[in-house]
Ligand binder design. Structure first.
Ligand code: ZN
Length: 429
């Protein structure tokens, strides 16, 4: 459901204000633990009946900084990531289109019902200006950047066989790219815009966001437990003394318990939710769309693989040639055909997720290949490497199942092979 302008503006402003409130709250709890509990209550109690507790004060101060430092560091690393390398994909200047009038006139020629169907389809794809059909047929110019797709063997596209397109950025959306409305940019492996940390969660920042949530939940848990302990102990101290009358309850401790309870509950929930998503290799957007896959998988095929026909005489799948150009005949056409790539457009099963590599590889793909990377907010995620010529992101079992369904001849003794002009080439993971 599209977010309203008001909701987007509110989210953006929340992203500026909430981090400031969180920083102020952190400074406050730092004061409560160090000054109010450790120094004033445990080390230098002003009331005579309260014993000095140096060991506990030392543990409190040490634990506070042991947990505060990684919490702050992971947030800082997150902030550096979104300020220096937020994972935006390139934008293009939206053309003042000569083509728009042509598009309109060609649309007018179609029947009203066909136009309505097209408009509904274009709306569902989020594209209101580009005429995807005309682009695919080569009658409208192709916006820049399509070559990225046909350099790869596999990519995702819309159900019309054309990659998703962002009208706002005037750019093709590569695999797992989504438009962030708050920042008005397309972001690689975009997850969501988080007002609590003050920015986007995308490919370059997802790992640090999860680390921050994890350390923040530990830190909040410590603040909550230590302040609660101070309240209980102070009450015990008071009741065990004949001179105790009132004033044993420090209001700062109650405020800190409330703050730590709220932040800790949220951070723990975020850690569990996003930890689970990482193990499944799904972004929040992908999780929301799981039951209703709204994309197809384009797999490059050899011309010899084209005509598989099912028992009812219909082609098993639809084939789209890339790059897009007008379909003509004659010698020019034959020359163009030598430079085109054929892609089978396949429909994934509902609930499948072609990038699910199994929980172990999913985790390492985002959090790092070494255990130390899971805890230290330093290195970027391995999934930022898009050098593989097969696809932008590694493909998992659901992709294999899909390919086996439509192109079973590609698998021999469990090994995936792709046909080239020179013969079959075995592919290893
Ligand atoms: Zn965009």
């Amino acid at each position: 459901m599209p977010a309203s302008r008001g909701a987007i503006r509110m989210n953006t402003w929340s992203g500026r204000i909430i981090p400031l409130i969180a920083i102020a709250a952190n400074a406050y709890v730092l004061y409560v633990i160090t000054k109010s509990i450790a120094v004033d209550y445990l080390l230098q109690p002003t009331l005579n009946y309260i014993p000095k507790r140096r060991a506990i004060a030392t543990v409190f101060i040490a634990l506070q900084y042991i947990l505060a430092i990684p919490t702050f560091s992971s947030w800082l690393r997150y902030a550096i990531a979104i300020l220096t390398n937020p994972g935006y994909t390139p934008q293009n200047q939206k053309p003042r289109r000569r083509g728009s009038s042509r598009t309109r006139s060609s649309s007018q020629r179609r029947s009203r019902s066909a136009s309505r169907t097209r408009d509904e389809k274009r709306k569902s794809d989020g594209n209101m200006n580009i005429d995807r059909h005309a682009v695919r047929e080569g009658t409208d110019p192709t916006p820049p950047g399509l070559e990225h797709f046909y350099r790869k063997q596999v990519f995702t596209c819309s159900t019309d066989g054309v990659p998703s397109f962002c009208e706002r950025c005037w750019a093709w959306k590569q695999d797992r790219v989504h438009h962030c409305k708050e920042l008005n940019r397309c972001v690689s492996r975009f997850d969501h815009y988080c007002p609590w940390v003050g920015g986007i969660v995308g490919e370059t920042s997802h790992k640090f966001f999860i680390q921050f949530a994890f350390y923040a939940s530990l830190y909040s848990g410590f603040i909550f437990a230590s302040c609660l302990w101070a309240v209980v102990q102070s009450k015990k101290d008071c009741h065990s003394s004949p001179v105790c009358n009132r004033g044993w309850l420090n209001p700062h401790w109650i405020v800190a318990i409330a703050l730590a309870g709220i932040f800790g509950f949220m951070a723990f929930g975020i850690t569990l939710k996003f930890g689970h998503s990482v193990l499944k290799n799904r972004t929040t957007i992908e999780e929301l769309a799981m039951g209703h896959p709204n994309y197809c998988v384009a797999i490059r095929i050899n011309p010899s693989e084209i005509p598989p026909v099912s028992s009812d005489g219909k082609p098993k799948f639809w084939v789209v040639p890339y790059p897009f150009r007008p379909q003509t005949s004659g010698p020019t056409d034959q020359h163009s055909r030598r430079n085109e790539f054929l892609y089978a457009i396949l429909y994934p099963k509902p609930g499948s997720h072609i990038w699910d590599l199994g929980w172990n590889r999913n985790w390492r793909d985002l959090m790092g290949n070494h255990v130390i990377d899971w805890f230290l907010p330093i290195k970027l995620s391995p999934c930022l490497d898009h050098g593989n010529l097969l696809s932008d992101y590694p493909l998992g079992k659901d992709f294999e199942e899909l390919e086996k369904t439509y192109l079973p001849h590609r698998y021999k003794n469990g090994i995936r092979r792709i046909p080239l002009d020179e013969g079959w080439v075995e592919m290893t993971a």
